[in-house]
Write a protein that binds this ligand. Structure first.
Ligand code: FAD
Length: 508
């Protein structure tokens, strides 16, 4: 077990703990709960406090709640981003005790009990009596963050839309190149790094796209000749599903036309391809413009802030060790849930976040009512599943292992239940009909901005904040010098393009 010692009165499995007195609001008003994040932990925690005598403030850096398990369908044109990312404000509109605030949390002060957040140069400080931290995890490039520019991850709506643009854009560039008689193999090669559920789903969908959806759309290229390669350093696909389902999945993927490269460690990624090293030391370069990174997670940096202030250790993925009741050592008023925690080897799945958040909400409510502390948090594993292609999935529920159509039907039912909002469920079903029974994809629209805007923003020192004036002030001198800087950067970009040093090299 990887939890820390509790210095709060958390319960042990043997003896229920004494009630923890709730922290009293400094201003004598209602108990204030601040929730960080609008993902599974944040949203379900906020909803679970609906009937409690508290004021809840949810601070999140996006205005939506994201259903991450279906991001790959947004990236491959099956679903729209709105269907999997409804506005948090709309979901919570009827919850009278909940307020939603946009902002990236940059600081949590456990002594002062404040959460500081920023958005476009505006700072906000929220005071809390109880805190629920559910800031999730981001992509990990295992210390090679420079890979991110060339191989986007699959964690956000931005990631999915950028990938959609890159995938469909690669076919367009290949058509153009082939029309001009150029070599387009590097454009028609798609590499997915990481053979966990996300990687498997992504590789399967790109293969179906190339072999079914696009097969009649192009004249100069044959989309069915596209290579889809799934790379992983591990010896099997889907390790958490066991050897048998792993082998079954690999065979299915290969039938779909996916090349599965196992025992292959990615050692370098650049604009035109990537390098993999096999266990026997052999190194191979794969020429591929489109790469997807679906390997590795890194907990939100907020975990480090909390660790620095409490001494709670972080594991290699930056997850923070919490007490068995999900609180921080010495801070019974602070709960951390979901992908950020290191407790009992719990997996990074939605149910861990949902159940943890509900547990924390119940504890906050119970304290206010003077109830004894609950028993330590216990995760109830409802099973895992991953789709491979239309009509094919694998699932584990307890000791039961399922594969094929039955598992796919289960996948369909479970995902329908968890998509937020009636309207989204209806439109998702319609889109699935279009894609799984027919061969179309309703959401193929992609724009240049989707592909390039993030890189452009990253080149600005302060990101999007550089493009707006600070609230209440306009500094013409700063704008002039910034504009000059941007213009000279743009001139350099254009020089690189003219000199043929940027972009996809045209074969001579
Ligand atoms: C592509 C993909 C597929 C997946 N498939 C499955 C699946 O099939 N089944 C399954 O059970 N699980 C799946 N998961 C995992 C599951 O989505 C996570 O375990 C779950 O989302 C964790 O919930 P959370 O609340 O901890 O974090 P999240 O849901 O990630 O929420 C974190 C929230 O915090 C916000 N945030 C982060 N940092 C800050 C900050 N500094 N300031 C303010 N807000 C911040 C984010 O914007 C977000 O709203 C998948 C994940 C991914 C990425």
């Amino acid at each position: 077990m990887s939890s820390t010692d509790s210095s709060g009165p958390a319960a042990t499995p043997d003896a229920p703990a004494a009630p923890v007195p709730p922290a009293a609001p400094a201003d004598g008003g209602r108990h204030r709960v601040v929730v960080i994040g609008s993902g599974f932990g944040g949203l379900f925690g906020t909803k679970a406090l609906k009937r409690s005598d508290v004021d809840v403030t949810m601070v999140a850096r996006t205005t939506h709640h994201l259903f991450q398990p279906l991001l790959y369908q947004v990236a491959t044109g099956i679903l729209s981003e709105g269907e999997i990312a409804p506005p948090t404000r709309e979901i919570l509109a009827r919850q009278r005790n909940a307020t939603v605030l946009l902002g990236e949390v940059t600081e949590v002060d456990l002594e002062q009990r404040t959460v500081t957040s920023h958005v476009l140069g505006r700072e906000n400080v929220s005071h809390y009596d109880s805190l629920l931290v559910a800031a999730g995890a981001g992509q990990s490039y295992f210390g090679n963050d420079q890979f991110a520019e060339f191989a986007p991850g699959m964690k956000s709506v931005d990631d999915a839309l950028e990938l959609r643009g890159r995938i469909f854009g690669a076919f367009e560039l290949a058509e153009l190149g082939a029309h001009r008689g150029e070599d387009v193999d590097h454009l028609l090669t798609f590499v997915v790094v990481g053979a966990g559920p996300t990687g498997v789903e992504m590789a399967g969908q790109i293969a179906e796209l190339a072999h079914r959806t696009l097969k009649r759309d192009f004249k100069a290229i044959n989309s069915r000749s596209a290579r889809v390669i799934l790379v992983d350093a591990a010896a099997q696909v889907l390790p958490p599903f066991g050897r048998k389902l792993g082998l079954w999945t690999k065979e299915r993927l290969e039938k779909l036309g996916v090349e599965v490269m196992l025992g292959a460690m990615v050692t370098d990624v650049d604009e035109r391809g990537l390098e993999v090293r096999f266990k026997d030391g052999r190194v191979e370069r794969i020429r591929a413009v489109t790469k997807v990174w679906a390997a590795g997670v890194q907990a939100s940096p907020i975990a480090r802030t909390l660790s620095d202030q409490t001494g709670a250790p972080l594991d290699r993925a930056g997850r923070i060790a919490v007490n068995p009741d999900l609180t921080l050592p010495g801070h019974p008023e602070v709960f951390v849930v979901g992908d950020m925690i290191d407790l009992d080897h719990l997996p990074g799945v939605a149910q861990v976040a949902i159940q943890g958040a509900k547990y924390a909400a119940k504890e906050i409510d119970g304290r206010l009512k003077g109830k004894p502390a609950q028993k330590p948090f216990k995760y109830f594993d409802k099973g895992s599943m991953a789709t491979i292609s239309r009509f094919n999935a694998v699932a584990t529920i307890g000791k039961v292992r399922l594969s094929g159509f039955i598992a796919w039907l289960m996948w369909l039912a479970v995902h329908l239940v968890y998509i937020t909002g009636f309207k989204n469920r209806i439109t998702a079903v319609l889109h699935w009909f279009v894609s799984f029974l027919g061969r179309g994809r309703s959401e193929r629209t992609a724009t240049e901005q989707q592909i390039f805007a993030r890189s452009a923003l990253n080149r600005l020192r302060g990101g999007a904040t550089d493009l707006v004036s600070a609230p209440g002030e306009y500094d013409a001198e700063t704008e002039r010098s910034r504009r000059e800087e941007l213009e000279s950067q743009a001139a350099e970009e254009s020089r690189l393009t003219d000199a043929g040093e940027r972009g996809v090299k045209v074969a001579s």
